[in-house]
Design a protein around this ligand. Structure first.
Ligand SMILES: Cc1cc2nc3c(=O)[nH]c(=O)nc-3n(C[C@H](O)[C@H](O)[C@H](O)COP(=O)(O)OP(=O)(O)OC[C@H]3O[C@@H](n4cnc5c(N)ncnc54)[C@H](O)[C@@H]3O)c2cc1C
Length: 406
């Protein structure tokens, strides 16, 4: 049986809109906000408006506007529940084809939105006020990769939880309206007690301590956030409040199944941007990319280009598979990690190789190639590094637990 790799027609609008925004809104301001780190890209307000329109038509994806996921009851006409993850990855990919930093700054499209969409109930979404732009706060000064080491606490007090702790490197942390915070409801119960909470950014007890200066994605704000006796309604806990020590912390970890393909999509998008730019430069230099001849028989630069295009295609297809599985409720932890591992590595390889092959032009600021090489590195680090994805894949393939394979 032949495999149909065509995208459904309804997704073409998503791609066209995101691609147009990438080329007409993001690219012209890409360098400006690379140089003006921490300045809010006001042009993105236009995009928020566009995305709200898409969300109302069910075209913006799982993480869109208010985190409306499969749980919602009232649907505008034409809303498509199935396909939300696919829309999200395609949006992420094409917006990142424009600029990854700006993509991460699009209002109401935070990584926390995907987490909310995956598990929030209708009542919760309503109580968050409908429109939610949520960042994701997991990392702390004492850990990054080891998500089970959360020290931030959420102590139950009547109808509220009181949150105390510090989160670092929170993408969109100073701009988003809400923060999805990982905290332990009982540190004596280990990782099973880690839950995620939706905290309004302007809640008393929340302080944006500082913003980081970074190698790339400079248009994106990266915040250190402190929580001091921060009281939130108990219903802001996402998922089940029960602590099941037998199940571990699979509940919060499941959000990665939705967000990792999205980060993979960002890497696929920036790879595509670099490949298109490189193709122009190679062809401009008189090199012909001939798909009817073996790569090894062609000039070295062309052979490299063909190899990178193959990697790009593989990353793209893995991204589609992980998103398709999420949409169809097929467990996808393995495939989500595979998509992120492949795309993360492809993103850094393609963008750096493009700088190398374009040499002086690649290293200068005459094109965006050097910027894309800087921007792509983070996509192989956050939401789980390359090494962590490989560890997860190995555990799943070999049937080993996290205690057996560290
Ligand atoms: C720009 C930026 C934005 C970010 N945004 C967010 C965000 O929005 N929310 C959030 O919560 N966090 C965010 N992070 C944090 C990010 O998720 C962490 O940096 C990442 O998980 C790695 O953690 P770490 O930096 O502490 O590195 P470590 O965990 O200390 O790892 C250091 C190195 O060791 C490797 N390593 C670690 N454990 C193993 C192992 N068992 N086997 C093999 N190798 C291993 C890692 O792969 C890495 O190469 C962001 C980080 C950056 C730089």
């Amino acid at each position: 049986m032949a495999i149909n790799l065509e995208l459904p027609k309804k997704l073409h609008t998503t791609i066209d809109q995101a691609r147009d925004a990438a080329l007409e809104i993001f690219r012209p301001i890409s360098r400006k906000y690379d140089l003006a780190e921490h300045e809010y890209p006001v042009e993105l307000d236009t995009l928020a408006y566009l995305y709200n329109g898409l969300a109302a038509a069910g075209q913006a994806g799982a993480g869109a506007s208010g985190g409306r996921g499969d749980a919602g009851k009232e649907r505008p006409e034409g809303y498509v529940a199935n396909g939300g993850n696919m829309q999200s990855v395609l949006n992420s990919m094409w917006a990142s084809y424009g600029d990854v930093g700006l993509m991460l700054s699009i209002p109401y499209q935070g990584l926390g939105n995907a987490a909310i969409a995956a598990v929030a109930t209708d009542d919760q979404i309503e109580s968050f006020g409908g429109e939610v732009w949520a960042s994701m706060a997991i990392t702390e000064p004492s850990f990054g990769s080891d998500s089970a080491a959360v020290t931030t606490t959420a102590t139950r007090d009547g109808d509220e939880y009181v949150i105390n702790g510090e989160k670092i490197f929170v993408t969109a942390g100073s701009r988003a309206t809400h923060i999805v915070v990982w905290a332990s409801v009982d540190r004596s119960l280990g990782r099973a007690a880690i839950k995620s909470f939706v905290v309004p950014r302007d809640n008393p007890g929340v302080t944006i301590a500082r913003l980081e200066h970074k190698l790339g994605i400079k248009a994106s704000d990266t915040a250190v956030i402190r929580f001091e006796d921060c009281r939130i309604p108990a219903k802001n806990l996402l998922g089940s409040p029960d602590v099941d020590v037998k199940k571990g912390f699979g509940g919060v970890m499941q959000t990665f199944d939705n967000t990792r393909p999205m980060v993979a999509a960002m890497a696929v998008g920036v790879s595509r941007a670099a490949l298109e730019e490189l193709r122009k430069l190679l062809e401009g230099a008189g090199l012909e990319i001939d798909y009817d001849r073996p790569a090894a028989d062609q000039p070295a630069a062309v052979a490299e280009f063909i190899r990178m295009e193959a990697d790009y295609e593989a990353a793209y297809l893995l991204m589609l598979r992980a998103a398709w599985m999420a949409d169809n409720k097929v467990p996808n932890s393995l495939e989500a990690s595979m998509s992120k591992a492949k795309a993360g590595r492809t993103g850094t390889d393609v963008t750096n190789k493009a700088v190398e092959l374009a040499s002086t032009v690649g290293f200068s600021e005459r094109t965006l190639l050097e910027k894309w090489a800087r921007d792509s590195k983070i996509l192989d680090i956050f939401e789980g590094t390359q090494q962590i994805q490989q560890l997860i894949i190995a555990r799943r393939v070999l049937g080993k637990s996290s205690a057996e394979l560290k």
